[in-house]
Design a protein around this ligand. Sequence first.
Ligand SMILES: [Zn+2]
Length: 528
Amino acid sequence: MRLLFAAAALVLAASPLHAEDSAMRASANEVRAHVEFLADDLLEGRGNGQRGYDVAALYTASHFRSLGLEPAGDNGSWFQDITFRRASLSGQQVRHGGREVKGVRLLPSVLEERVELTAPLVFVGYGLEAGPFGHDAYAGVDVRGKIVVAFNEQPDLPKGTNSDISAHLGSSRVESAARHGAVGLIVIGSDRYVRFHSRREVTGWVDAKGRSNDLPGDLKARMVATDDAARNLFAGSGQDFAQLRAAAKSGKRLPSFALAGTMSVQGSSTWEEFTAANVVARLPGTDPALAHEHVVMSGHLDHLGIDESRGGDNIFNGALDNASGIATMLEAARLFAQKPEDARRSVLFIALAAEELGLQGASYYVANPTVPLDSIAAVVNLDMPVPLYDFNDVVAFGAAHNSVAETVAAAGAEIGISVSKDPMPEQAIFTRSDHYRFAQAGIPSILLFTGYGSGGEEQWSAFFKERYHRAGDDLTQPINWTALARYAELNYRIARRLARETHRPYWYEGNFFGDLFDPKGTRRTVKP
Ligand SMILES: [Zn+2]
């Protein structure tokens, strides 16, 4: 009897809907319809610059129209057309102290067809900034107009440091160099790393102002170098390269100092251009005091397209990555549109291009926003739920840093979903989807994954091993449409709370990312 009673009490406690719950309910058929369309072979894997992507963009805009939303792209349209440039290197010469250097490879440039550069060199350790942990590669050196040289490793952070911080550091080297006014960056890596980059094409957006995400700031040249090549650059600096190398391998603190001699770099790139569009819609808010603010729901519309070089099934349908995220966004938009009075703030829905090329649609949007960035209160990003099981927990990437954490917990409690801690810190998910670009612009931003409970761990590991970024991420997977609807409903409930609550989400006081991305502290107003 006791046991039975306990079980009954549990069911009651988890029972989602009480009388005053006025949220709309998500529909399994709605999300299923979107995924089955977007992940069909006819959509050809929604590759950027390919026909299938454009069809998917039109489909999304068409649904926005049917829901009665407002176009919120460029020039009163649904779309924000982005020009991408794919660059490959057609020649290079690198000299140091007048002598040709072997083992330094220039990366192709999307901004400069011909690079010509002569500048002094400055060694900056890891080239990373983590001031609160005593690592600031740029403290005490002036790198303006110079070429900075850094190891590809990362400094050791104290045990127990939030894993998002090392994920962030690993992806921040280029931005740090640009922010400090360097004109060139050389990253010293393993032979394998240098070989990989030597073969690489580089794709980046270029905007009407002549800017690109690939070479931010004044950066003109990115290079990679082997240890052998780097050793010569340290000659005459009075520092022992072998010692620095060993220290870098074990994550020890490294000094920053000027190197001897100047380097001259010449190179040329050949270009190929293509376009892909972000698709943007707005549901106007109903509260005159808050309607100028926006809650963003975003998801990437692109996937990897068709790989013509492969035989057999060569269509990368991206059913979970990320047709299911777009389906979630469209379903949330439908629920909002049915009860628009819930949105005191406006809600902006953005289907983003080129996430698979390195979060590029998001970085373009942040550089060319269609509403003031200051007006964006929070971002709920939707990327790659794995709805193959009846999940009852989620992981909220990014939430630990700002008050959206509380919103996620409250919205989850409404429908019996708990929040778990990140079970895959090694995947560095915080930096690997579009919400990160919005966070870098100072906006509290999150992404939910379905959790490891209820059999999720097995599903995730099989997905990563067998189908992630492969042709098998398609409609033959046993997608649990009820679970996907539940994921959609949770995200809708989170966005609905963010759009209704009077206070704006804020970074937690003293949070690493709040201090870094919102240095003026304009988003650290504490809840009244
Ligand atoms: Zn992906």
